[in-house]
Design a protein around this ligand. Structure first.
Ligand code: ADP
Length: 209
């Protein structure tokens, strides 16, 4: 079992890389953004509560996402490991996650930070807006909302890097490489080269941290 976080700004490619990890390693992707969009689509009370917050690009309350994750991770399909995507987004959520995992007898193995400069993120979202018909576009996928989502990222989510640095769990990856190169770099981090002696030693040392 391997539990990981994909960290990075909106548009960094977390979803794309999560899809690859799901297909290749049988992990389950836990995307709080998707769970919230599903709640909105289902017209639930929760969905009604979070819609306007999400359309602005602000964070929904911590207890909402922590609750969603806590319930979802108990499902049997998560037993091979999960990819947290879009969660945690601030230090209180990270602390809640640590506590939750400990309570369930689980652990966080690695945090993969996909790094992309803001100007490239604007280019990507502009391209997406140009190329995706309105009915297929996420309602928060606009250049204006991206600005706020990025502000929130810089103000709150970036603080997770030192948080996980202190735990010795973070790996930084250049998100400007091609999708395949990023995927290969992530694989290298999660499944260090060779299942042989070196790989075994690496895992042994990791386990002691
Ligand atoms: P992106 O990473 O592209 O911004 P997400 O799908 O991860 O997109 O999130 C979309 C929106 O859902 C966020 O702007 C926020 O309003 C809400 N959201 C998702 N995850 C969280 C979270 N962990 N905490 C608070 N709000 C969240």
């Amino acid at each position: 079992m391997i539990n990981i976080i994909l960290l990075g700004p909106p548009g960094a490619g977390k979803g794309t890389q999560a899809d690859i990890l799901v297909k290749k390693h049988g992990l389950v992707q836990l995307s709080t953004g998707q769970m919230l969009r599903d709640a909105i689509a289902a017209g639930s009370e929760l969905g009604k509560r979070v819609k306007s917050i999400m359309d602005k690009g602000d964070l929904v309350p911590d207890e909402v996402v922590v609750g969603l994750i806590s319930e979802r991770i108990d499902k049997p399909d998560c037993k091979n490991g999960v990819i947290f995507d879009g969660f945690p987004r601030n230090v209180p959520q990270a602390a809640a996650l640590d506590k939750m995992l400990e309570g369930k007898g689980l652990r966080l193995d690695k945090v993969v930070s996909i790094e992309v400069p803001d100007e490239e993120l604007y280019k990507r979202v502009e391209k997406r807006v140009r190329e995706t018909p309105p009915e297929k576009r996420r309602s928060d996928d606009t250049v204006e909302t991206l600005k706020n989502r990025l502000d929130v990222y810089h103000a709150q989510t970036k603080a997770l890097a030192p948080y996980y640095e202190a735990q010795g769990k973070i790996a930084h990856i250049d998100g400007l490489m091609t999708i395949e190169e990023v995927a290969a770099a992530i694989d290298q981090v999660l499944f260090p080269a060779g299942g042989g002696l070196l790989g075994w030693l690496g895992r042994l040392i990791e386990g002691r941290k």
